[in-house]
Design a protein around this ligand. Structure first.
Ligand code: F6R
Length: 608
C-alpha cells in the first residue's frame, strides 16, 4: 500500500525523501511524488512507475531544493496509476499540499459538495478531496483546518500536509492507517513504517488514531482532535538497518526463508520455562481457560492459512471447536459469539484493515481478542486485549515466509498450552510435544539444505500454466499456503484442493504433464492420499510427493519426492511448507520476475 515519508530539518529534504521511499518500496506502489518547500513556494514533482523515474526527474533529489518536504509512493485505489493521480495533491493555488495513505470512503458526497462550492478537481483520487477541504476550512490555523477535516472524512487515512504560509512546519494525522514520527538532532520525520527513517534515527513515536502531529526542525508536538496538546512516550527501536538489507542474499524472500529457524526459535523458546509452556502475555484467568467453548481465528491471506493449520492443531490437541474466518467476511457476517468464546486475530503487519475491523467487531460483541502479531506497536497489537508477538523480525518481501512460520509456532504453543490446562493431554504427552516443538527450528534448518534439488525441479516447471496442490487434514492447510506462495510470485495459476474432493469435479482439470504436488505427512491419511495420487497420475499428471522420511514406498507412484524429518504429525506444516516456499521462489526466479515485489500486491494492506 502507499508509503509516506516526510522530513523537516537542517539537510536537503528531497534526497532523504527518496531514500526513505526506496525503503518503503516493499509495500508496493505504482507511482511516486514529492513536494518540497523552498523560497516561499511548494514545488511538486510526480512520476508514474518506479522511483527510478522520480530520481531521474529530480537528479536524485538534488534539483529539488529545500529542507522540508513530503514524499509518497502510491498504490492505486481510486483512479488509474498516472502522474495526475499520484500524490502529492494540492488545493487550487498549491498553497496546501497533501499526501495520503488509506481510503476516504465518503469522498463522493464530499467531492459533489466541493464542486457545488466551485472547487475544480483534476484527479480521480479520493485524496484530492482532502486538499480542497483543507482549503475550504483554512483561515490561517492549520490545526483548526485539519481537525475540521478529520471530523468530516470517513475511512482510513494517514496524511502528511504542508501549508505555504506556515514555512518550516509539517503536519500529520492518522486514522487506521500506519504512521510514525521519528525525531533526531538533524531533523524530524514522519513515515508509514520504521525502515524509511532508520538510517537517521531510532527514536520514534507511534501516532494513535485521530491524533495530530506538528513537526518543525527543532520539535514535535502532538494534539488530539480538539487541538489540545497531549504527551506521548518515545520508543527506541532496537533493530537496525541490517535487518532491512539483503545481507548477501539475492532477494529478501530467500533471506527470510533462511531466517526461519531463528524466527521460529525466537517465538517458541521465551515461552518455554523448565520444560513448561508459559504464556505470560495472555491475560486469561484459569476459569476463562476452562470455560472456553469456541475459538474464532480471523485473518487474511497467509495468516488465514496459518489459522487453518491452527484449527486442526487446536481441535486435535485441546479439543476446542475452532472456526476460521477470512477477516473481510467475519467483519460483516454478524458472527454468533458468546462470552465463553475467544477471538484470535493473526497478522504480520498488525495493520491489515480487514483484520483490524474484525478485531473491533469482536470487541464490540464483548469478546476478548488475542492478537498474534509480528510488528510491535502496530494497531492490532495495541487494540487487542492480549498480544502474543511472533518474533520474526522485520519482514520485507511481499510474500510472507518467516512471519507465517512464526504464526504456526504461536498457534502450536497455544494448542499445547490449552490441551494441558484443560486436561486433554497426558503429562508425558504434553512434555513430549513441548520437546518436539523445540526441535522444529533445527528440522527447518535441515530442509534448507535441499535447495539445489528444489531449484532444479522448479526450473522444470517454470513454464507451467497451472499447478495443483492436494492434501488432507493439516496437509490441506499446508497446500493452501504452498499454492498461494506460488501464484503470488510466479503468476502461475494454482489451486489447493482437499485430496478427497478431487473426484467431485476438480479432476477434470488434470491433463497430460500437469504438476500435482501432493502433501502427505499424516499417517492416518497417508494411504488415502496415495490413492488420489494414483488417480491423477493415471490421467497424465506429473506427481510430486512431499512426505515424511521413511515413507519410501511413495516413490512407486511419485515422479519426484521430497522428504521432511519426522515430527509430531500436528506440526508438519512447519516443515512441509519450507520446500514449497523454496519451490515458489525458484519458479519466480526462473521466470525472471520481481520476487520481492510481485505485481499488484502490497505488503501491508491498509485498505478494505
Ligand atoms: C501472502 C501475504 C498476504 C498476507 C495478508 C495478511 O504472502 O503476505 O497474504 O498474509 O495480506 O497480512 P498481515 O499478516 O500483515 O495481516
Amino acid at each position: 500500500m502507499c508509503g509516506i515519508v516526510g522530513y523537516v530539518g537542517q539537510n536537503e529534504a528531497a534526497p532523504i525523501l527518496l531514500d526513505g521511499l526506496a525503503r518503503l518500496e516493499y509495500r508496493g506502489y505504482d507511482s511516486a511524488g514529492m513536494a518540497v518547500y523552498h523560497d516561499g513556494e511548494i514545488e511538486i514533482v510526480k512520476a508514474k512507475g518506479r522511483l527510478r523515474v522520480l530520481r531521474e526527474l529530480t537528479n536524485n533529489g538534488l534539483d529539488l531544493k529545500g529542507t522540508i518536504g513530503i514524499g509518497h509512493t502510491r498504490w492505486a485505489t481510486h483512479g488509474e496509476p498516472s502522474v495526475t493521480n499520484s500524490h502529492p495533491h494540492f488545493n487550487k493555488d498549491k498553497s496546501i499540499v497533501v499526501v495520503h495513505n488509506g481510503i476516504i470512503e465518503n469522498h463522493q458526497p464530499l467531492r459533489d459538495r466541493l464542486i457545488r462550492k466551485g472547487y475544480r478537481f483534476i484527479s480521480d483520487t479520493d485524496t484530492e478531496v482532502v486538499a480542497h477541504m483543507l482549503d475550504n476550512y483554512y483561515n490561517g490555523d492549520p490545526l483548526e483546518a485539519i481537525s475540521k477535516v478529520m471530523t468530516r472524512i470517513e475511512g482510513s487515512y494517514a496524511l502528511g500536509v504542508l501549508f505555504k504560509d506556515h514555512p518550516g512546519e509539517m503536519y500529520a494525522v492518522r486514522k487506521d492507517s500506519p504512521l510514525i514520527v521519528g525525531v533526531s538532532d538533524e531533523g524530524n520525520f514522519i513515515a508509514s513504517d520504521i525502515p524509511a527513517i532508520l538510517n537517521h534515527t531510532r527514536n520514534v513515536y507511534f501516532i494513535d488514531n485521530m491524533e495530530i502531529v506538528k513537526l518543525t526542525r527543532e520539535a514535535v508536538a502532538f494534539y488530539n482532535i480538539d487541538k489540545e496538546e497531549i504527551e506521548k512516550t518515545m520508543t527506541v527501536i532496537d533493530w537496525d538497518m541490517e535487518a532491512a538489507e539483503k545481507g548477501g542474499y539475492e532477494h529478501f524472500m530467500l533471506k527470510e526463508i533462511y531466517e526461519q529457524p531463528k524466527a521460529v526459535r525466537d517465538t517458541i523458546n521465551p515461552r518455554i520455562k523448565d520444560g513448561e509452556i508459559v504464556i505470560d502475555e495472555w491475560h486469561m484467568t484459569e476459569e476463562e481457560v476452562q470455560n472456553l467453548n469456541k475459538i474464532f481465528i480471523v485473518a487474511c491471506g497467509s495468516a488465514y492459512h496459518a489459522g487453518i493449520s491452527g484449527k486442526y492443531v487446536i481441535e486435535g490437541i485441546a479439543r476446542i471447536p475452532v472456526e476460521v474466518d477470512v477477516a473481510s467476511e467475519f467483519r460483516y457476517r454478524d458472527p454468533i459469539i458468546d462470552d465463553n468464546s475467544l477471538v484470535i486475530v493473526i497478522s504480520q503487519s498488525g495493520e491489515t484493515a480487514d483484520s483490524l475491523a474484525a478485531l473491533r467487531e469482536a470487541q464490540r460483541k464483548g469478546v476478548k481478542v488475542l492478537g498474534i502479531v509480528n510488528v510491535v506497536g502496530s494497531s492490532i497489537a495495541r487494540e487487542a486485549d492480549s498480544v502474543l508477538y511472533t518474533w520474526a523480525g522485520l519482514e520485507i518481501a511481499v510474500a510472507t515466509t518467516k512471519a507465517y512460520s512464526t504464526q504456526l509456532a504461536a498457534l502450536y504453543l497455544l494448542a499445547i498450552y490449552l490441551g494441558n490446562k484443560r486436561g486433554k493431554l497426558e503429562y508425558a504427552q504434553y512434555k513430549q510435544m513441548v520437546e518436539e516443538l523445540q526441535e522444529l527450528p533445527d528440522k527447518i534448518q535441515s530442509l534448507l539444505g535441499d535447495k539445489e534439488r528444489i531449484q532444479w525441479f522448479a526450473s522444470k516447471f517454470a513454464a507451467s500454466r497451472d499447478i495443483f496442490y492436494v492434501g488432507r487434514g493439516v496437509d490441506y492447510a499446508t497446500c493452501m499456503e504452498g499454492s498461494l506462495k506460488l501464484k503470488e510470485i510466479s503468476y502461475i495459476h494454482s489451486e489447493a484442493y482437499a485430496a478427497g474432493e478431487l473426484k467431485h469435479g476438480t479432476i477434470s482439470l488434470v491433463e497430460d504433464g500437469i504438476l500435482v504436488a501432493s502433501v502427505l505427512t499424516q499417517p492416518q491419511l497417508y494411504e488415502k492420499t496415495v490413492s488420489n495420487m494414483v488417480e491423477v497420475k493415471a490421467r497424465g499428471a506429473y506427481v510430486m510427493a512431499l512426505t515424511n522420511i521413511g515413507n519410501y514406498d511413495v516413490e512407486d507412484v511419485a515422479n519426484f519426492t521430497i522428504y521432511i524429518p519426522k515430527t509430531n504429525p500436528w506440526f508438519t506444516t512447519s516443515l512441509a511448507i519450507i520446500p514449497l516456499q523454496l519451490f515458489a521462489y525458484y519458479v519466480s526466479l526462473a521466470r525472471g520476475l520481481d520476487v520481492d515485489k510481485p505485481r499488484n500486491l502490497a505488503k501491508s494492506v491498509t485498505v478494505e
